[in-house]
Design a protein around this ligand. Structure first.
Ligand SMILES: [Zn+2]
Length: 422
């Protein structure tokens, strides 16, 4: 798909692409806030020899600016001026979003250039941010995770997903020279794309792109490395062992990546599935609420729906939930996106709402086969899994027993939610 995005089929919005600039710019005129999104074509799976480097760069880009020492300082300082900033590193991209009022155009322009336009990274922030990322990835006192559970799963079940990073035979190099070299190589005009959703005349995306190109010329298109050995999915065990225990269950639905299914539509589908599941679980009631989290790379994704429930009837419950989730997912994708409820920041995430592109996504996911597997909580690494694949969607049930939670988090029941939000 072209990196120059268009917005066919969305009559309410005016959209223009500027082909002359090296950085592709999508500018959408829309009332409301100013939202600016910069995507860098560089993510965790593009750096398998030391896969946390893109994430470390994301943190360092936001450190030691005129807005403060740490990324948290920057977020707070900008927030006081009416600008919200988010940054996320995924498998195959890193994304920065800035959103503010119509009066905040100059601050947003400056904040983008202070961060993504910077000539070099601050070496004095490296140790602090590496430590922060260990807290973020629940790996304090050990190495960074070598895979997110999403990666082997997506590679196994979603056609076209990139391979997870192979196991390393060496200690990853997270020295400053290595991180700085990766920054110079991957953060440049060749890797950036820019999306602006803002009231007409309030923010000039082409002008920002020009300034960013002047500040960060060059950069290289990434070359994905071939994996030597793929990390396997957790082994299959017997579900019956978990019966009778109150537990968290997780329902995972395979969805296409953002290049095929816009994140806006994925969010809608996730909410529809969550509400449908919650409605089922409240009949008895077998749960109070359910929570949904989306993980989408450019090429693959999942919707995770989690609830704290009773597993007495897990067999029949899982079958019922699978059908409920499939139906809710299908129904949602067959409805037009509710753009009136979408903020400009959300629209900037992936503004490719071509007519019925998500219907194609359903047809594509039909190719996924049928499989059932699960893993109980007594196995130590990762999550216990229950996997079922339906006719049109692939669903995993992960059973997290109370004992598992206590062992991992000292009775902090929030932990699995937090982990899945990564
Ligand atoms: Zn982080």
């Amino acid at each position: 798909m072209s990196r120059l995005l268009s917005l066919a089929g969305v009559a309410l919005l005016a959209c223009s692409s500027h082909a002359a600039a090296a950085i592709p710019v999508t500018q959408i005129d829309r009332d409301g806030s100013i939202a600016v999104r910069v995507e860098v074509d560089y993510g965790l799976l593009d750096s398998c020899e030391a896969r946390e480097i893109p994430h470390i760069i994301e943190h360092l880009v936001l450190a030691e600016t005129r807005y403060g020492r740490t990324p948290a300082d920057l977020i707070e300082a900008l927030n006081k001026q009416g600008v919200r900033i988010t940054a996320v590193t995924r498998q195959d991209f890193t994304e920065y979003t800035f959103e503010g009022t119509r009066q905040s155009a100059a601050i947003i322009q400056d904040a983008v250039l202070q961060t993504l336009g910077r000539a070099s990274l601050p070496e004095n922030s490296l140790a602090r941010e590496v430590s922060a990322i260990h807290w973020e990835t629940c790996s304090v006192g050990g190495p960074f995770p070598q895979a997110h559970p999403f990666e082997p799963w997506a590679y196994t079940y979603i056609p076209g997903s990139p391979a997870p990073c192979p196991s390393l035979g060496h200690t990853p190099d997270y020295s400053f020279p290595k991180v700085a070299e990766s920054y110079q190589q991957h953060y440049g005009e060749a890797a950036f794309s820019l999306t602006v959703v803002a009231p007409a005349g309030s923010f000039d995306g082409a002008k920002l792109a020009e300034a960013l190109e002047a500040a960060r010329p060059g950069g290289v298109a990434k070359v994905p490395g071939a994996p030597a050995e793929v990390l396997p999915l957790p082994p299959v065990t017997q579900l019956e062992a978990l019966k009778g225990e109150p537990a968290f269950f997780e329902l995972l639905i395979a969805i296409p990546g953002r290049k095929t299914l816009p994140s806006i539509k994925a969010r809608e589908a996730a909410e529809s599935v969550r509400l449908a599941i919650q409605s089922k679980l409240r009949v008895q009631p077998a749960a109070y609420t359910a929570k949904s989290v989306i993980h989408q790379s450019n090429s693959a994704g999942w919707i995770s729906v989690t609830a704290y429930t009773n597993l007495d009837e897990v067999g029949s419950l899982s079958e019922e939930m699978r059908e409920t989730a499939q139906q809710a997912y299908r129904d949602s994708l067959n409805r037009p996106a509710m753009l009136d409820l979408v903020s400009n920041r959300e629209l900037a995430e992936r503004p490719t709402l071509h007519g019925n592109s998500w219907q194609y996504a359903i047809a594509k996911s039909m190719e996924i086969g049928v499989e059932f597997r699960f893993r109980d909580a007594k196995q130590q690494e990762g999550w216990p899994w229950v996997v079922t694949a339906g006719i049109s969607v692939l669903i995993i049930w992960a059973i997290l027993t109370r004992g598992y939670l206590l062992r991992r988090s000292g009775a902090r029941v929030k932990t699995p939610f937090e982990q899945m939000g990564r």
